[in-house]
Ligand binder design. Structure first.
Ligand SMILES: [Zn+2]
Length: 82
């Protein structure tokens, strides 16, 4: 379900202050991409930020592994899924 939110990113003096950032993850199977706002900070590098996004997408049914990122329609079958 698409969600649209408007954020006012306030500029803070604290470099470690968490702030919302748009992070997009695209499916290696069909190419669909999902962009959401995640709370990050400058202390997190690029990979760490993607891990936050992947952790969220896993809860949404995605399969995000070293093999790639796959949406629920493209992820490898696990055998027990209906
Ligand atoms: Zn897909």
């Amino acid at each position: 379900m698409p969600q649209q939110t408007d954020h006012d990113v306030d500029t803070s003096d604290d470099p470690n202050e968490p702030y919302p950032a748009a992070i997009g993850v695209y499916c290696d199977g069909c190419g669909t991409d999902v962009v959401n706002d995640y709370i990050v900070s400058d202390a997190l590098d690029r990979e760490a930020r993607f891990e936050i996004a992947r952790a969220h997408l896993r809860r949404e049914g995605w399969s995000c592994t070293e093999a790639g990122d796959f949406c629920p329609a493209c992820k490898p079958a696990e055998g027990s899924a209906p």
